[in-house]
Design a protein around this ligand. Structure first.
Ligand SMILES: [Zn+2]
Length: 78
């Protein structure tokens, strides 16, 4: 069970994955270097994925996802 503070809300627009807000620098609506097919694999627990945020180059290790949230191996919120 991954704690809620490790979660990052996302949405999909035009087949692109967007974070509602970068947990590191606060930039809003950041397009992630993540394909929707990769998102499906994350959701199935089939892979983990390191994402480098395009806004501030922070690294985000994704370990799971559900229909609303990406889940990291580290806390993203206080
Ligand atoms: Zn950022």
């Amino acid at each position: 069970m991954i704690p809620f503070r490790n979660s990052l809300p996302y949405d999909i627009q035009m087949n692109e994955v967007y974070a509602s807000e970068c947990p590191f620098c606060g930039e809003s609506h950041v397009r992630l270097p993540l394909k929707t097919a990769e998102l499906e694999q994350l959701r199935g627990g089939l892979m983990k994925r390191l994402v480098v945020m395009p806004c501030c180059r922070s690294r985000l290790q994704l370990v799971d996802a559900d229909s609303d949230y990406l889940l990291s191996n580290k806390p993203l919120r206080a």
